[in-house]
Design a protein around this ligand. Sequence first.
Ligand SMILES: Cc1cc2nc3c(=O)[nH]c(=O)nc-3n(C[C@H](O)[C@H](O)[C@H](O)COP(=O)(O)O)c2cc1C
Length: 192
Amino acid sequence: MELLDVLKTRRSCRKFTDRRVSDEQLDHLVETATLAPSARNLQPWAFALEKDAARIDALSEAVRAEVQARAETDPGLEPYRELIAKPTFNFFHHAPALILVYGDTRADYWMSDAAMAAFHVQLRAHDLGLGTLWVGFARNTLDSPVYRTRYNIPDPYRIVAPLAVGYPLRTEPRTMARNAPVIFYRGLNDAS
Ligand SMILES: Cc1cc2nc3c(=O)[nH]c(=O)nc-3n(C[C@H](O)[C@H](O)[C@H](O)COP(=O)(O)O)c2cc1C
């Protein structure tokens, strides 16, 4: 696809088919992530791949418990209470794979650098006909000791982007309205 088409037609995917994503494709997506720019070219990112449906479901349940506990005191979570209380709700929408993108906190720009790497995954996945969803809700759970141990995450690394990856059930491009850009300053041409 042309880059502009990729940018215009990528949408978060919340309906996946059962089709597995191959190890080659996952490796390719991770390779693509490493093409991202980073401050001082430190490349402060690392990855964990989860492909086990039962483990992804169990992670979703752990996320539910964490978010529900937080929702008791955080009014910002009010709009999500009903949705996440539904027993059938799965935070990863039954995607067959997760690409977890971590950032090395020793780098000044770890979060932005790892976020750019994650977005590379999202764009390339879309280019290949795959769908992705960045599941921010999973952040605290993935940073908990249980999941840090499970995925061999060394001390200085923190989760930045839990990405669900799979084949989208709906493949036609959808567009989503975006706000017009807010431009605070337009500058002056040299000649003005
Ligand atoms: C940092 C971040 C966290 C997000 N967390 C979630 C999430 O937990 N669950 C979800 O369904 N979507 C999540 N999203 C997806 C956004 O809702 C989505 O990108 C936004 O609504 C724009 O839609 P689009 O991606 O289709 O353009 C997240 C996106 C970002 C960038």
